[in-house]
Design a protein around this ligand. Structure first.
Ligand code: 5GP
Ligand code: MN
Length: 338
């Protein structure tokens, strides 16, 4: 996004518009935080803004300021469709390929509206008129901060907006520890606290929300954890039956994949979670250092994401998915042992 783009976007935003803001399927903290931050900012400029998510998001995000106004496409499809059809401008946040928007893909693909992408994933698609893509960024939330900064509007960041942005930076950086966390990230965070983000209560609202069922499901994950020392790899499986036995709720398995990565010497960690409803195994992949889980997932599991954090899926059964995974590893033995 160059200065000319910024000038044109400033011009677009200088008169009231119908604006729709969408994010990816199974929204996370960065997705909900970035869409709500942009929503509050655009509303303050006098626009009629609507946030639409493809589906539901976890309970631990259900305190984010204004999130109760979000339209979920899967259970309010007609309302979502008409908002999209009426939109003068559509922002797509925290994803870069329309296929990541689930069932909304076909509706978004056939609109002739101007699209603006703000995203930090690898290999952005070319559907938007304006693309602000930066794979070096910690989070889409940090990019929303810089977007508002580019528009010369930092003074318009309210405590609400600061809170929303803080959430996504915190969740996407594993609380400011991943490699994507830079000195600039910390500068942004300091400014957000100055502008009214209450860091302690945000941490508590997101992380101190365990239920006994979730902790017991974590116990199952730990019991199922396997280590393959020759590949510096650890993986976890959770079957649908195990989810059912532990009253699974959306978001309960968030962060479990990092348990494998916390083992000394492990460079590659994966979790395989059976989803019988969708007939797939949902896969989350994480790495440390040079091993690219984005490439690994793109090549073998119909997914992608970032260098050190990616997602994917498999249409095989859980045991067959594990067999496939283990059969692929020898090809990566050298990279994983570097
Ligand atoms: P998670 O494992 O937390 O679901 O996702 C890790 C990262 O990979 C996130 O940034 C997420 O947006 C991305 N991601 C997750 N699943 C997919 C997928 O199926 N395809 C692509 N391209 N990216 C994914
Ligand atoms: Mn993100």
């Amino acid at each position: 996004m160059n200065n000319l783009d910024i000038k044109e976007i400033k011009e677009l935003l200088s008169t009231p518009k119908n604006i729709v803001i969408v994010t990816h399927k199974n929204p996370d903290g960065d997705a909900v935080g970035s869409t709500m931050a942009l929503h509050h900012y655009l509303t303050s400029l006098g626009h009629n803004s609507t946030v639409i998510t493809p589906n539901e998001y976890p309970d631990f995000l259900k305190w984010i300021p204004g999130q109760d106004t979000i339209i979920k496409y899967n259970n309010n499809t007609e309302a979502a469709k008409s908002k999209i059809e009426e939109a003068d401008l559509i922002f797509t946040l925290d994803f870069n390929h329309l296929s990541r928007s689930g069932d909304m893909e076909s509706v978004l693909a056939k609109t002739n509206t101007t699209f603006i992408m703000i995203d930090h994933h690898q290999q952005p698609d070319s559907y938007p008129k304006y693309t602000y893509s930066d794979t070096g960024m910690s989070s889409t939330c940090q990019m929303i901060y810089h977007f508002i900064e580019k528009l010369g509007d930092l003074e318009k960041i309210t405590p609400q907006i600061a809170t929303c942005i803080y959430v996504g930076i915190m969740t996407d950086t594993g609380s400011f520890r991943f490699r994507s966390t830079t000195n600039i990230t910390h500068t942004v965070i300091a400014d957000l606290i100055n502008r009214g983000a209450d860091n302690t209560s945000i941490h508590e609202n997101i992380y101190d929300t365990n239920t006994i069922s979730r902790l017991q499901l974590k116990g199952v994950a730990l019991k199922n954890l396997k280590v393959l020392p020759e590949y510096k790899t650890a993986y976890i499986t959770i079957s649908q039956d195990e989810l059912d036995q532990n009253n699974f709720r959306k978001g309960d398995t968030e962060g479990f994949v990092n348990l494998g990565l916390s083992i000394s010497g492990i460079k590659f960690a994966v979790i395989f979670i059976e989803n019988r409803g969708e007939g797939i195994i949902k896969i989350s992949l994480r790495s440390k250092g040079d091993f690219s889980v984005n490439e690994f997932s793109r090549n073998h599991f119909e997914g992608g994401g970032h260098h050190n954090a990616a997602g994917g899926k498999s249409n095989l059964s859980l045991p067959n998915t594990i067999d496939k995974f283990i059969s692929i590893l020898p090809a990566y033995k050298n990279v994983l042992n570097q």
